[in-house]
Structures are given as structure tokens and as C-alpha cells.
Design a protein around this ligand. Structure first.
Ligand code: KG4
Ligand code: ZN
Length: 353
């Protein structure tokens, strides 16, 4: 990867319009974003209904569906933004982490377009992209409030739960991550135990609306003195409760279990993020990734955070390409150019950036 030319946030960056492509999991997405912030188009073709029958993402089905959809989504994103390739400055694409077969589809599409147009190609880390969703807003709407450094970021998705201290653009220190299941994965697995539809996060949130958060006293793994997380004990506690209730032939109190489980996850995520933000003297907090769409999590953060808080609009929480364009623009404007022979990186930690 090339040296970054300018790493400091005070450096004025040149304007730039980026086409971004995202295909790391089960969403095929393309977007056109200006200056890393202003969204001109942001299209997502979700495969969720295809994978629902498997209760989770089926990798081979995902990559083949990306192949079918990707060029239509790219074409539509260009049309919606009223631009052609010649109006753009760079092409950004998710390089990892993610499912190898899915990443390859987006990468090859991006390479084809880069070769045809002569535009520079920028490989983007998916976790960094989630973080940059905090900078985004739709063209024609008022700009979002400025995000200030140093900041403490919680990235919570289906594959990751990470606490990151961000000193400046592109400068990350990974403080902790999950030792077992990611928060979103815990939502998905518990949803399956409760016979709720995939993806589990939205299903649990919906079921929890009618439930009592105190109906079950599920464990919270605080892991004192560490910024790591663990959700497997909580998942096992839910499994035991479900088995106990089923063996007693009583009806499963799905809403109460969902509400108590959701509150246990939220308590730990919010508590540990606020604690770390204080310990690291962060000025702002950013919460991003699919699980940041959770209403209970958003409310709890708003209620408890004393620092300015940035949680993306719902459309930018789950996987999308606008966030890839936002991160890609930062890299492009600071001088990154990737080789046309770059490979995907299915296990690419943010600590390696
Ligand atoms: O960021 P994302 O779209 O994909 C990954 O990079 O993993 O996150 C997907 C995850 C899934 O586990 C899904 O259940 C969870 O985000 N999720 C939610 C909500 N919406 C999506 N979890 C809790 N509450 C939600 N409302
Ligand atoms: Zn994601």
C-alpha cells in the first residue's frame, strides 16, 4: 500500500467524487459520494430474504447473488447521481474483512471499471468504512455536525465488536474486541433460538418492544480492567432458559427474553464505551455498524453519554457503499493509490491500518 501523503486532520483536502462498491457480506451496494461526506446516491441490494431460509449468510449463495446484481447496482448509482465515470476522481472498493468469495466480486468489478476509465483504485477496510459513516449526509440536507478528534469509536456489526481510539484521520489504536461472538452475531443466534427471522437484530428489537427488560436477569460480562467483550456466556444463558421453559411445556415468553437479552447487550456496549472514552480523554464518541441501528442502544447512548455523540442515520448503520466512499475519499485525498493486482484481505484487522 502506498504511503499516505497527509495524515493530519488540519490539512485541507482537495475536492473529490468517489464511486464506491461494497460486497463484503450479503449486501451488494454502490454509491457516489462527494468530498467523503455528501451522498449523491447510495443503493443497496440486500440478500437477506435469500439467506433467511438458512438462518444466516450462506457464503456461496452470497457471492453468486453479488455477480447477478453488482453491475445493475453500479449503473443505477451512477444514473441516480447524474454522473458518468468521466465525472469521477476515484473508485473505492471494500478489500476486507469479509467473506472471500463475496469480496472478490466487488473487487473485480472495481478493477474492471478502473481499467476502463483510468481512474485510481482505492482498497478500503470495511471497519474503517463503518466508522466513516458518521461523517455522511444526503445531498440537499443540512451538513452533519463536525466529528472531532480524538474520538472513541464502537464498531458493532455482525462480524465485529471493536473499541477503537481514533487520534486523527487514519490513526487507529484498537483497544479491545470480542473474545468470542460479535454483538450482531449474538443477536442473530439468540433470534434463531427464539424462532425469529434472520437477520436477528431487527427481529429481536421488534419482539422486545412488547417485552419486560427485567423479566430475566441475564449475565453481563464486564471483563473489568479490559476493553474486550464477551457475549457467548449471555447466549448460553439464553439457551439454558429457553431449554428450561420448553421442557416445562410452558409457552416461550419470546418478547420478555428478547427485551432482557437486548438490555444485557446494550448495558455492556454502552457502559464499556463510555468508560473507555473517559479513560482516553476522547472529545467525541462514534457508534457505527449494523447493531448501531438498534433503538435501545441508540437511546441508552443518548441518555448516558456526556460527550458529543455521532451515530449514523439508520440507512448508514448496516452495510452500504456510501461509507466505503467516505473512507475511500480520505485515503484517496491523502495520496493512497492501490495496485490493480491487489488481492482481497478477508481477515484485515483495523489495527493493521
Ligand atoms: O454492519 P452489518 O450490516 O454487517 C456486518 O458488517 O456484519 O451488520 C449486520 C448485523 C447483523 O448481525 C444484524 O442482526 C445486526 O447487524 N443488526 C441489528 C439491528 N439491525 C441490524 N442488531 C440489533 N438491532 C438492530 N436494529
Ligand atoms: Zn459491516
Amino acid at each position: 500500500m502506498s504511503e499516505l501523503l497527509a495524515e493530519n486532520s488540519s490539512v485541507e483536502l482537495p475536492p473529490g467524487r468517489v464511486l464506491a462498491i461494497e460486497s463484503s457480506c450479503d449486501e451488494t451496494a454502490a454509491a457516489i459520494v462527494e468530498n467523503g461526506r455528501i451522498i449523491h446516491s447510495n443503493l443497496v441490494a440486500s440478500q437477506a430474504s435469500l439467506h433467511a431460509q438458512y438462518g444466516g449468510v450462506f457464503p456461496e449463495v452470497a457471492s453468486r447473488q453479488h455477480i447477478r446484481t453488482i453491475f445493475t447496482i453500479i449503473d443505477q448509482s451512477l444514473k441516480k447521481a447524474h454522473v458518468s465515470l468521466s465525472d469521477l476522481d476515484a473508485i473505492a472498493v471494500t478489500r476486507g474483512p469479509g467473506l472471500p468469495g463475496s469480496l472478490v466480486v466487488g473487487m473485480n468489478a472495481a478493477k474492471g471499471l478502473a481499467i476502463a476509465s483510468g481512474l485510481p483504485l482505492i482498497g478500503v477496510n470495511h471497519l474503517e468504512a463503518h466508522l466513516y459513516s458518521a461523517w455522511l449526509y444526503e445531498a440537499g440536507t443540512p451538513p452533519k455536525s463536525e466529528v472531532e478528534f480524538p474520538l472513541l469509536a464502537l464498531i458493532v456489526s455482525g462480524g465485529h465488536t471493536e473499541l477503537v481510539f481514533m487520534e486523527d484521520h487514519s490513526k487507529y489504536r484498537s483497544l479491545g474486541s470480542t473474545l468470542d461472538d460479535a454483538a450482531g452475531e449474538a443477536f442473530d443466534k439468540v433470534a434463531r433460538l427464539l424462532n425469529l427471522e434472520y437477520p436477528g437484530g431487527p427481529s429481536i428489537q421488534k419482539a422486545a418492544e412488547e417485552g419486560d427488560v427485567e423479566a430475566f436477569d441475564f449475565p453481563r460480562a464486564w471483563l473489568e480492567g479490559s476493553s474486550n467483550f464477551s457475549f457467548s456466556g449471555l447466549k448460553t444463558a439464553v439457551l439454558r432458559e429457553v431449554q428450561k421453559i420448553k421442557s416445562s411445556r410452558k409457552p416461550l415468553p419470546v418478547s420478555d427474553i428478547a427485551a432482557s437479552f437486548q438490555k444485557a447487550v446494550v448495558d455492556v456496549l454502552v457502559g464499556k464505551t463510555i468508560q473507555a472514552a473517559e479513560a482516553w480523554n476522547a472529545r467525541h464518541i462514534v457508534v457505527a455498524g449494523g447493531v448501531s441501528a438498534n433503538r435501545c442502544l441508540r437511546q441508552e447512548f443518548q441518555y448516558r453519554s456526556k460527550l458529543p455523540l455521532h451515530i449514523p442515520s439508520l440507512d448508514f448503520c448496516t452495510d452500504n457503499a456510501a461509507m466505503v466512499a467516505a473512507a475511500g475519499y480520505q485515503r484517496f485525498a491523502r495520496g493512497q493509490r492501490d495496485d490493480i493486482a491487489m488481492d482481497v484481505l478477508p481477515n484485515w484487522p483495523i489495527s493493521e491500518l
